[in-house]
Write a protein that binds this ligand. Structure first.
Ligand code: MN
Length: 329
């Protein structure tokens, strides 16, 4: 079993204990850790509703319901992985560029130690902080983005750092490789065709929600796996990928999205993806009175932990850090 894992829920019930993610140990050093869950409680990069700063707290609270075995991938998460909750990254509320720097600084030693990062947002702008830390460790990564929006605007009200510009900034900073990256789930009213054309012009592959439905969940998963190949990948799940009927608690909801089971099934299809990090962002508890959005977000993380555990179980190697990889990878 992994060095760090949750307490046995049949000896100490799930509703008891301190609310870390899945009641994992709160550990602040990367030694002996395979995967670290980190809260990113920043939300003033949002262009519409704010309040996602309370997302990590809500996701942690919902996550205690999760159990350790994944019946479809037939894997016990903690038999293969040592997982911790590293707490929250420090942020400066209202000051996005400073917060992104603080997030990157907080995450850098974890990424540099080869720990796989799982970020709990926070609005989508936090992705830039995560990618700075991850790219410093692995070089530019393949971004797999499940989202109803491409987040590739150049500016919003003349400002370059918001949750709607984060992917363009990441490309400009050389943190992701557009030719290995893919965005799935785009839909909804947009300001003009340029909103999506800009993402394609940056070299990203786009699979709109309609195209994903036509491809089917398996076909869409195959497209993602083909696009990434064996390149180190970061998976970013904006909870607005899901239909607001399933995820109402979010900043910029778009109807016509995916059901919970569709998204979870798509994630399961990504088995083998060489992940070095992931996040689930834009969970806004104030608009989530029944807690279903936070519960879904916790289950998204569970699916990814299962993918990581299955990769270990199947004997696939950990993704090598930058200095340890042959050139060109
Ligand atoms: Mn987004």
């Amino acid at each position: 079993m992994g060095r760090y894992q949750p307490p046995d829920a049949l000896a100490f019930p799930r509703f008891a204990g301190i609310r870390t993610f899945m009641r994992l140990p709160h550990v602040q050093s990367p030694e002996g850790v395979d995967v670290a869950v980190v809260g990113l409680p920043f939300d003033t990069g949002a262009t519409f509703r704010v309040g996602a700063r309370f997302g990590p707290e809500a996701i942690r609270s919902a996550s205690v319901l999760l159990r350790p075995y994944h019946p479809f991938l037939r894997v016990n998460l903690f038999e293969h992985l040592s997982v911790v909750d590293a707490g929250d990254a420090p942020v400066a509320p209202g000051f996005i560029e400073d917060s992104l720097r603080r997030i990157a600084e907080f995450l850098t030693p974890w990424a540099a130690a080869g720990v796989i990062l799982i970020g709990l947002g926070g609005d989508h702008s936090v992705l830039l902080g995560e990618l700075r830390a991850v790219a410093a460790a692995y070089g530019p990564v393949a971004l797999v983005q499940l989202d109803s929006h491409p987040d590739t605007w150049d500016a919003y009200f003349g400002h370059r750092y918001t949750h709607g510009t984060v992917v363009r900034r990441a490309i400009e900073e050389g943190l992701i490789l557009p030719q290995r990256s893919i965005q799935v789930g785009l839909r909804g009213p947009i300001y003009g065709p340029e909103d999506w054309e800009a993402a394609r012009a940056l070299g990203l592959e786009i699979v709109t929600a309609g195209e994903a439905r036509a491809l089917g969940l398996e076909g869409t998963a195959r497209r993602i796996l083909q696009r990434v190949g064996d390149h180190p990948a970061f998976l970013s799940v904006d909870i607005d990928f899901f239909d607001p009927a399933y995820a109402p608690g979010t900043g910029t909801p778009e109807v016509g999205g995916f059901a919970s089971w569709e998204g979870l099934t798509l994630l399961r299809g990504l088995i083998g993806l060489p992940l070095v990090g992931m996040d689930v962002v834009e969970v806004l508890p104030a608009y989530d009175p029944a807690g279903i959005t936070a519960l879904l977000a916790a289950n998204v993380v569970y699916e990814v932990l299962a993918l990581l555990a299955a990769r270990r179980r199947d004997g696939l190697p950990a993704v090598a850090l930058l200095g340890a990889r042959p050139e060109g990878m």
